[in-house]
Ligand binder design. Structure first.
Ligand code: SF4
Ligand code: ZN
Length: 730
């Protein structure tokens, strides 16, 4: 490690770092390891004191120490110590109050680790007072952790790997990283190996689930990452040491991979990692402690050893592909200059279709390519593309076809160098130069789909065959058939109304972080995340009867207009643990549905209580209710019922049941321009049907006004229909 560089970045004397960063041949027994940790811890606390007193001189004792974009100030102090805010002076007295750790027992080691992590957190926080580290390096904001979302909670992302130290071998390191990604693990790297990863062209970044932490004490960000998962997904509160510790034993499951010389600081961090129930796998000779510390000399085996030691179950089966594959690549975009070929996106004829066929016409595992493959095209070509997936399973019902088909999107996006957007015949696919260079061909698209559909739907789908077509005439021919199928599906969905079915479905998927929240999913109102409609919930219930989507018999009607039934009330009461008494499916004002945090759009009552404003996640500007999406989201989320405010899925906007109790779509006075335009056709159609043909023109957007007065003026000027309705609160 470059001591001089660290001394410069952290504003300390290089000589004061010599000992804490010194790496001898490495401790060989438990006593030596504890002694190293204890010494390292004492020194890092001393360094922290110096840094804090320098900070006092520069920024004053009252300057607040907190990381950016987090609700938890300094997260380790928050959870382990119950300190919710701390100033520079506060940090100084906190550090002075720390008892030096002993150097004899494992408990001494843990105490040393704990002191070291507080000191490190304070040192890192001072850096944010001085200057924010570059780009995505350093502290990982809460939102990035939240974005990991459900896959993280249900352990589709099975855990996190922290890379520390260094290996002399670049290609080896690359293999290790790829291995983590193909298992769906989140990766974090700090210290020398971070630099090595960059040198070896390993792509890092928040959108790739690969977080670069930085040097020196920045390793502590791996710990506060784990702790914040417990706060935001496990609702562990400040100072709840025991609950935090218990939660961390379950998840997130962390493997620390340490290579090369072990410094005293590393030794202290190793104990802090143990406090967070991580396992540490190192290539140094250390005492083996089951479930905590292991030596593994073969770098390429370290991950596997760690997975076994930490009891991690990897849900992703490896697929044999020339490119890496895993959720880490879902957020990856393939830009035009790096695109070898692309299909769809209105530039060429392209579609995807999944249908059930009879037993004999589906040959399991078969992939056929009709027409030229990728290497038959030139760089930059826009190609016609048809992707046909034929499935068979004796219990596969046709309702399941579109549900599985919609998964094509993320199944393909998981491949490095493959980008997919849209669906049906409005899809858009890009394959990168690098993927083509690595040997990726169209056949691999088929392989991915077969593998992943089996993995996710194997209970009912027993045979899968994929045909990929690039021959233009053949694409057109098969596209015609696909259009027939889409049309039939749409008609079936149109015919589905809340009144035409006997059961709705619950979705309790979000209870892991909003424990009282339940979505009731009906044909005319999809889940507020937009990802679960009635057909999805039905299919999911067929696939796993004890899963999050249970059927709800509506029972007796209490109010048809508000969408209130005895059966839905019962289930909402039970699922909210008695916290929600009643729920009206079609009302914003009277016992609306609860909101977890995943809503695509927020419906909010206007200041004059005559109308509603809609705002979606993509709109970052102000709204006429005086709050931005993020502020609104913060005040209505968490599984609460907030009359006048409600999170919804986008598609519910154009449902006949959209806040029907309050007059429906005619109440909408303002929407972000982009959202409004996306729904233009549907809004116009519905408006015509309800006898307000010019409603669309009466809905304001941010180009008209962003404040309450402006909206009121606009509404009266345009004679907005909501003005002649009774106020929302009487
Ligand atoms: Fe299920 Fe609702 Fe959460 Fe979507 S928002 S996953 S429908 S509980
Ligand atoms: Zn949710």
């Amino acid at each position: 490690m470059d001591t001089k560089h660290i001394a410069l970045t952290y504003g300390v004397d290089a000589s004061s770092l010599d000992n804490v960063l010194s790496a001898d041949s490495g401790p060989t027994d438990a006593a030596a390891l504890i002694a190293a940790a204890s010494e390292g811890s004492g020194e890092i606390v001393a360094i922290a004191k110096k840094i804090v007193s320098e900070a006092k001189r520069k920024h004053g004792g009252d300057a607040e120490l907190a990381f950016p974009e987090t609700a938890y100030g300094l997260p380790l102090l928050y959870g382990w110590k119950g300190i919710t805010n701390i100033t520079v002076d506060g940090a100084a007295s906190f550090l002075n109050g720390l008892n030096a750790a002993g150097a004899a027992t494992i408990d001494d080691g843990l105490a040393a680790g704990e002191n070291a992590m507080y000191a490190a957190e304070i040192i890192e926080a001072v850096r944010y007072l001085d200057r924010r580290p570059d780009g995505e390096e350093g502290f990982i904001p809460d939102r990035i952790i939240r974005e990991l979302g459900l896959p993280f909670v249900d352990e589709t992302i099975p855990g996190a790997v922290v890379f520390l130290g260094r290996t002399g071998n670049g290609p080896e390191l690359r293999k290790m990283v790829r291995n983590c990604q193909s298992k769906g693990m989140v990766s974090l790297a700090s210290g020398d190996c971070l630099g090595q990863m960059r040198e070896n062209g390993i792509a890092l970044g928040w959108s790739r689930m690969f977080y670069p932490l930085g040097n020196f004490t920045a390793t502590v960000h791996a710990l506060n990452f784990a702790a914040r998962a417990a706060y935001s997904f496990g609702s562990v509160g400040e100072g709840e040491r025991e609950r935090l510790s218990a939660y961390l034993k379950k998840r997130p499951k962390i493997v620390v991979i340490h290579m090369g010389p072990l410094t005293k600081l590393d030794a202290a961090f190793a104990f802090a990692a143990l406090l967070h129930s991580a396992v540490v796998i190192t290539d140094r000779d250390v005492p083996n402690i089951s479930g905590a510390l292991r030596t593994c000399k073969e770098h390429l085996d370290m991950l596997q050893v760690g997975i076994e030691e930490r009891g991690i179950t990897v849900k992703l089966e490896p697929i044999d592909l020339p490119v890496a594959y895993g959720p880490a690549f879902e957020g990856e975009t393939v830009r035009r200059p790096n695109t070898y070929v692309e299909a769809g996106g209105t530039k060429s004829e392209s579609f995807e279709l999944l249908v059930k066929r009879d037993e004999r016409s589906v040959e399991d595992g078969k992939v056929t390519v009709i027409g030229k493959d990728i290497d038959g095209f030139a760089k930059g070509d826009t190609i016609p593309l048809g992707m046909l997936v034929h499935v068979y399973g004796k219990d596969v019902q046709s309702d399941l076809e579109p549900v599985i088909e919609r998964n094509i999107h993320h199944f393909l996006n998981y491949a490095e160098g493959v980008w997919h957007a849209g669906q049906r015949d409005s899809n858009w696919i890009r394959i990168s130069d690098a993927a083509k260079e690595s040997g990726f061909r169209l056949e691999h698209l088929g392989k991915i789909l077969i593998h992943k559909i089996k993995e996710a739907f194997g209970k009912v789908v027993t045979r899968i065959q994929v045909t990929i077509v690039t021959d233009p005439a053949e694409v057109s021919e098969r596209h015609k058939d696909a259009l027939e199928v889409y049309k039939a599906r749409d008609e079936r969905i149109r015919g589905l109304t809340d009144d035409s079915v006997d059961v709705f479905y619950t979705c309790t998927m979000c209870q892991s972080f909003a424990p009282d929240h339940v979505c009731i999913v009906a044909p005319e109102r999809l889940g507020l995340c937009g990802a679960i409609n009635w057909l999805d919930a039905k299919a999911s219930n067929e696939l796993s009867p004890n899963g999050p989507n249970a059927p709800v018999a509506k029972g007796s009607v209490l109010s048809a207009a508000k969408g209130e039934w005895a059966g839905t009330n019962d289930i909402v009461r039970a699922q909210s643990h008695g916290n929600v008494e009643r729920m009206c499916m079609y009302s914003l004002m009277d016992s609306p549905m609860t909101s977890c945090g995943c809503f695509e759009v927020i419906v909010a009552m206007t200041v004059d209580m005559q109308a509603v404003v809609l705002v979606d996640r993509d709109h970052t500007g102000m709204t006429p209710v005086g709050m931005k999406f993020s502020t609104l989201a913060g005040s209505i989320g968490g599984g609460r019922q907030t009359p006048g405010f409600m999170g919804i899925g986008r598609k519910y906007i154009t449902s006949d049941k959209f806040i029907a109790a309050e007059g429906g779509i005619a109440r909408i006075a303002w929407m972000p321009k982009r959202l409004k335009e996306a729904f233009a056709d549907d809004i116009k159609k519905i408006a015509a049907n309800i006898g307000i043909p010019d409603l669309y023109e009466k809905i304001a957007d941010e180009t008209v006004t962003e404040d309450a007065e402006g909206l009121i003026a606009w509404m009266s000027e345009k004679e907005h229909p909501a003005l002649s309705m009774p106020p929302l609160i009487e």
